[in-house]
Design a binder for this molecule. Structure first.
Ligand SMILES: C[C@@](CO)(OP(=O)(O)O)[C@H](O)COP(=O)(O)OP(=O)(O)OC[C@H]1O[C@@H](n2ccc(N)nc2=O)[C@H](O)[C@@H]1O
Ligand SMILES: Nc1ncnc2c1ncn2[C@@H]1O[C@H](COP(=O)(O)OP(=O)(O)O)[C@@H](O)[C@H]1O
Length: 283
C-alpha cells in the first residue's frame, strides 16, 4: 500500500497576459503549497479496474475525477496490466481555487509511479500530467514556482518565509472555466507585480512579499460574488499582513506572521464564514 499527501496551493500572484488561439489564457503566476492536505492510499488490484473510494457528496468517483483520470493515463501510457484501488480522504474544499482536484491527480501520478515501480522522474510525470489539467504539473512538485504558459511551464523558486495562512471559503462554488470566460481586457487594469514577488522570495523578504501579492481574476469573481470583497475587508480589519483571493476563487486567504495575529483573524471571521482554516505556508 502506498500513501501520498496532496497539499492545497494558493496563488501569491496570478496575471493573465492574453487569450490564446486554443482558448486557454497565457498566464504568469506564482504558486506555493499550504499545509491543508487530502490524503490518498493506492493499492494494486488483480483485475484491470480503477476503483476510487471517496466519501464526499460533491466529489465524483468515476472518470470525471481527476485522480481517476491520472490513474487511467498512467495505465494506458505505460501498459500497466493490473488495476488500482485509490482511497481519497478529502480535506481541501471543493471548487475553491485551492487546486484540490489537481493535487489529488498529482498525488495519483506520484503514487502510481511508486506502486508499479516505473522509475519515472517528477519531470516526466509533470509533463504527462499537463494532458489532463493546467495546474497539475505544479502540484507534482508541490513546492513554490513561477508558472507560465497555460500554467504548466514551471520555474522553481525559493520557498516563502514562514507564515500563517488563514483560508476562508465562502459557501459558493466557482467554475474556473466560467471565471476565465468572463475575463475582459479592462479587468487587467490591476498591475500584477510578478517580478517583485519573485525578488521578494529570492531575498526571503516577508514584508516585500506581502506588498506584492495580486490576482487579475479577483475582480472577475468578486463581480459574480461580492462576498469575496467582504471577506477580504474582514481579514484586513482584523490585521492580516495581506489578503487575496486564490486562483479563480472563491477562497480568500490572509497571511499573518504571528500566531496570535492569525488567531484573531480566525475569530473575526466567525459568523461571516463557516469554512475557515488556519494553516502554515509549506512552499
Ligand atoms: C485559475 C487557476 C490558477 O491556478 O486555478 P484554480 O482556481 O482552478 O485552482 C488555474 O489557472 C486553473 O487551472 P486548472 O483548474 O488546472 O484548469 P484546466 O482544467 O486546465 O482548465 C479549465 C478551464 O479553465 C480555462 N483556463 C484554464 C487555464 C488557463 N491558463 N487558461 C484558461 O482559460 C479554460 O477555459 C479551461 O477549459
Ligand atoms: N479529486 C477531486 N477532488 C475534488 N473535485 C474534483 C476532483 N476531481 C474532479 N473534481 C471536480 O472538479 C471540480 C473542481 O475541483 P477542485 O480541484 O476542487 O477546484 P479548483 O480547481 O477550483 O481548485 C469539482 O467541482 C469536482 O466536480
Amino acid at each position: 500500500m502506498i500513501y501520498e499527501n496532496a497539499p492545497a496551493k494558493i496563488n501569491l500572484t496570478l496575471d493573465t497576459l492574453y487569450k490564446r488561439e486554443d482558448g486557454y489564457h497565457e498566464v504568469e503566476m506564482i504558486m506555493t503549497t499550504v499545509d491543508l492536505n487530502d490524503r490518498l492510499t493506492l493499492e494494486k488490484r488483480r483485475d484491470k479496474k480503477i476503483v476510487l473510494k471517496v466519501e464526499h457528496r460533491y466529489v465524483p468517483t468515476d472518470h470525471r475525477n481527476l485522480a481517476y483520470k491520472a490513474a487511467k493515463l498512467m495505465m494506458d501510457r505505460y501498459g500497466i496490466e493490473q488495476g488500482v484501488t485509490i482511497t481519497l480522504d478529502k480535506a481541501i474544499p471543493i471548487a475553491a481555487g485551492l487546486a484540490g482536484g489537481s493535487s489529488d491527480a498529482a498525488a495519483t501520478f506520484r503514487g502510481m509511479n511508486r506502486l508499479f515501480e516505473l522509475g519515472l522522474s517528477l519531470e516526466v510525470l509533470s509533463e504527462l500530467s499537463a494532458e489532463i489539467g493546467s495546474d497539475i504539473p505544479f502540484c507534482i512538485y508541490g513546492k513554490t514556482a513561477l508558472c507560465t504558459g497555460r500554467g504548466e511551464k514551471l520555474k522553481m523558486l525559493p520557498k516563502p518565509p514562514a507564515a500563517w495562512v488563514i483560508l476562508a471559503k465562502p459557501d459558493i462554488s466557482v467554475s474556473t472555466a466560467d471565471v476565465y470566460g468572463a475575463l475582459k481586457v479592462e479587468d487587467k487594469e490591476a498591475d500584477i507585480q510578478t517580478e517583485q514577488c519573485v525578488k521578494a522570495l529570492e531575498a526571503g523578504d516577508y514584508q516585500m512579499l506581502v506588498e506584492n501579492l495580486g490576482n487579475t481574476l479577483e475582480k472577475v469573481t468578486t463581480e459574480m460574488h461580492p462576498v469575496i470583497q467582504s471577506l477580504k475587508e474582514t481579514m484586513q480589519k482584523a490585521g492580516v499582513d495581506a489578503a487575496l483571493m486564490s486562483g479563480s476563487g472563491p477562497t480568500v486567504y490572509g497571511l499573518a506572521s504571528k500566531e496570535r495575529q492569525a488567531k484573531s483573524v480566525v475569530n473575526a471571521l466567525k459568523g461571516c464564514c463557516k469554512e475557515v482554516y488556519m494553516v502554515r505556508l509549506l512552499g
